[in-house]
Design a protein around this ligand. Structure first.
Ligand code: NAD
Ligand code: TYD
Length: 357
């Protein structure tokens, strides 16, 4: 039987990759995207789906209860895949208010609307609320600590991760209190196509192409556990299909890399793949800048539960994924150039002026 999905934040980085993945894998399912098109949302990411019978785009805010109620009812939604969020740590340091509003109040609004919808329809067994969250809720690891697992206590350190932690707690409470069939996934750092230029990997690729400094916070030895976005999408698919309501699943690719090493890998790939570079070798652009406030030292995720219980495995190594990503940014200048808007330049100046050492 075909399913009806409401995908919030489906015009953002991971959301749009997920929508493409789902529509390709399950063409008979109906996918409704609800996205406010903030600076990070781009309807063009979904251009190839516009006009298709089983696809609909709605511009709107997840905090708008009337709109969410109407969509759940008229579209007869049975699955919410909830990606919509304010997602950038540096922006959460500059202005945390929007993070509380969208990530906490927005998730609460969706939960309340979905609870009413699920109860009104006599609690169908196939309904799911899939909440997409982050490994950052677990806080920061010391070099030899074991990787985060699903029972690691929450210890968020940034306004971003605190707002995501708040939303996770609400989702958990809706399962325990009302029995709402909700599942949480906590994933490590993603990279791949359609990622907004403010995040580390696209920022470095674009700055290399423009001959601009490559700002590395602190000593560059912070560690992130990188996952190719397509592998995140396949993990969410598996969790929607086979995950148990009330459970949490960690998602990660076992790819811990220090920031400085990652940027050096990107420089080498760019030197190899890009024809005209203003500065070559591009690692001459590397510039150490003042550290991010409250900068978490290390993230690492243990995804054994997802792998052993639900049979998911990542498909690409970080070397393969980075090459695919660099190739994508090299061939999609028309996608990222318009995003370097005046608003983006203002954000960039504000963030990196503060971090100039
Ligand atoms: P993104 O910033 O690229 O996209 C967010 C999308 O949500 C945008 O399209 C934006 O327009 C939309 N949005 C924002 N506020 C909204 C609102 N109030 N109502 C409706 N839509 C709104 O983010 P992303 O990197 O694709 O992340 C998606 C989800 O995955 C987030 O929940 C994030 O916390 C989580 N996550 C991200 C990563 C990562 O590395 N990017 C890792 C783990 C988890
Ligand atoms: P980011 O992509 O912002 O993801 P997150 O903060 O959610 O992990 O940053 C990844 C890592 O790269 C993080 O340790 C901060 C660092 N970083 C820099 O050193 N310079 C930069 O300009 C940016 C954006 C990030």
């Amino acid at each position: 039987m075909s399913r009806k999905l409401l995908v919030t934040g489906g015009a953002g980085f991971i959301g749009s990759n997920f929508v493409h993945h789902w529509c390709k894998t399950y063409p008979d399912d109906r996918v409704v995207v609800l996205d406010a098109l903030t600076y990070a949302g781009n309807r063009g990411n979904l251009a190839s789906l516009e006009g298709k019978e089983n696809f609909r785009f709605v511009r709107g805010d997840i905090c708008d209860r009337t709109l969410v109620d109407k969509l759940l009812q008229t579209e007869n939604i049975d699955i919410i895949a909830h990606f919509a969020a304010e997602s950038h740590v540096d922006r959460s340091i500059l202005g945390p208010g929007a993070f509380v509003q969208t990530n906490v109040v927005g998730t609460f609004t969706l939960l309340e609307a979905f609870r009413q919808h699920w109860q009104t329809n006599n609690q169908p067994l196939n309904y799911r609320f899939l909440h997409v969250s982050t490994d950052e809720v677990y806080g920061s690891l010391a070099p030899n600590d074991p990787a985060f697992c699903e029972t690691t206590p929450y210890a968020p350190n940034s306004p971003y991760s605190a707002s995501k932690a708040g939303s996770d707690h609400l989702v958990r409470a809706y399962y325990h209190t009302y029995g709402l069939p909700a599942i949480i996934t906590n994933c490590s750092n993603n990279y791949g196509s359609y990622q907004f230029p403010e995040k580390l990997i696209p920022l470095m690729c674009i700055n290399i192409l423009m001959g601009k400094p490559l700002p590395i916070y602190g000593d560059g030895k912070n560690v992130r556990d990188w996952l190719y976005v397509n592998d995140h999408c396949s993990a969410i698919e598996v969790v929607i299909q086979r995950g148990t309501p009330g459970e949490t699943y960690n998602i990660g690719g076992n790819n811990e890399v220090e920031n400085i090493n990652l940027v050096q890998m990107l420089c080498q790939l760019m030197d190899e793949l890009a024809l005209d570079l203003p500065v070559r070798p591009s690692q001459n652009l590397i510039t150490f800048v003042k550290d991010r406030l409250g900068h978490d030292r290390r993230y690492a995720i243990n995804s054994n539960k997802l792998q052993t219980q639900l049979g998911w495995t990542p498909s690409v190594t970080v070397e393969e994924g980075l090459r695919l990503t660099v190739e994508w940014y090299l061939t999609h200048r028309d996608w990222w150039e318009p995003l370097l808007s005046e608003e983006y330049q203002a954000y960039y100046r504000k963030n990196y002026l503060q971090s100039a050492s």
